[in-house]
Design a protein around this ligand. Sequence first.
Ligand code: NAP
Length: 429
Amino acid sequence: MHEETSVVRVGVLGCGNVGAALVTLLADQAASIEARSGLRLELARVAVRNLAKSRSVQLAEGILTHDAQGVVDDPDIDVVVELVGGIEPARSLVLDALKSGKPVVTANKELVANVGAELFAAADAAGVDLLFEAAVAGAIPVVRPLRESLAGTPIRRITGIVNGTTNYILSRMSEQGATYADALAEAQSLGYAERDPTADVEGFDAGAKVAILATIAFGTSVVAGDVSHEGISGVTPADIAFAHRLGYEVKLLAVAEHGGDGRVAVRVHPAMVPRGHPLASVRGSFNAVFIEADTLGELMLYGRGAGGLPTASAVLGDVVDAAGNRRRGTYASIGAMPRAVIRPIDEVSSEYCLHLEVLDRPGVLHAVSGVFAEHGVSIRSMEQEGLGDEARLIFITHEAAEASVQATLASLRGLDVVDRVRSVIRVVA
Ligand code: NAP
């Protein structure tokens, strides 16, 4: 038991999925946190948009308010937790809290991935914490390990499955042979996917997360707009069946790479992942972050990437950290960082799997392989399937730049022996 107990008054903005879970966790865990740390966390105020809404949590009289600014400005509040989401008013509220000397904890990936640099600078100027562990991969500790444990490790690449909705959909397609539309409908009925699933299925949510990971891992400011996206809505059961036949699973990957030239490549796209790779066994709504560095080799962090309670547990960890730092008169600075130089997607290399529908006649293979050679894309393997109208060629390339592959595709589409490019998907080596 700590001799001196510090009371820390927590103001929470938002009482939705994560906010309500945080309120519950705070009540459940306060005694054990106090016993271990000497910090007595007290829920002071909870701001919401609509006071009339029924809540899943009981709040004492006078705690709930619709005045988020009042919570930020309240001199009796020591730590502000932002769980509203979106950019505004979250950005202004967080900036005001930081400027008034209050540490802030947020789970808001959109905010950090778009205006993080402004917020980090404001936190630094005020000498207070801005912590956001829950903004990437929910309950999985990844921001703090990157900032602290791996601070001396030059990271080469981070590959994440950081969106549970798309991983759930792809897992259902893989395990049940479901179509994309059916797997999406099921994810929506279970509450894993929003009614408008665009942010998840088109890779924007994963893009915001990989921008944050790249920023922390490489110490250079990467924003959501730097990330190139390709979602999963074009992935078909045929792609997955073919991937299985070759020993792969199809996953939506968020990749951040630090090139030897100092430039950073950030992208989100589906990819064929070899079954023996640790990321291939990440199923359902789980997330994982796979880190590669020359010094440590490979490291994978795995767990629940979303959900009220798992996310709130990461938020609460940050609240305890911020409260402890405040008591010690210190803070964990990120501070100003140079803007990243982004490597354009055209220059990023990968292996690719190309699935072509072709005419069943002599000379087709020669014509098609000639196009690959013309654009400098070398073929690692080729399979021929079907006959007549069903004739298909499936190529796996060696590593090739995106621009060369796009040029190859344009030429292939112009060949009269190619009916259709059925799919193009990257392959993890
Ligand atoms: P949510 O369920 O939509 O809750 C948002 C809350 O913010 C609601 O309580 C809403 O009030 C309140 N709010 C909205 N505008 C407000 C305003 N102007 N002033 C005061 N309160 C306002 O969202 P969530 O799922 O809890 O997510 C919160 C944050 O956590 C987001 O940034 C999200 O990206 C992040 N996150 C969520 C998860 C997850 O699994 N859900 C995982 C990781 C990170 P009303 O209740 O009155 O509408």
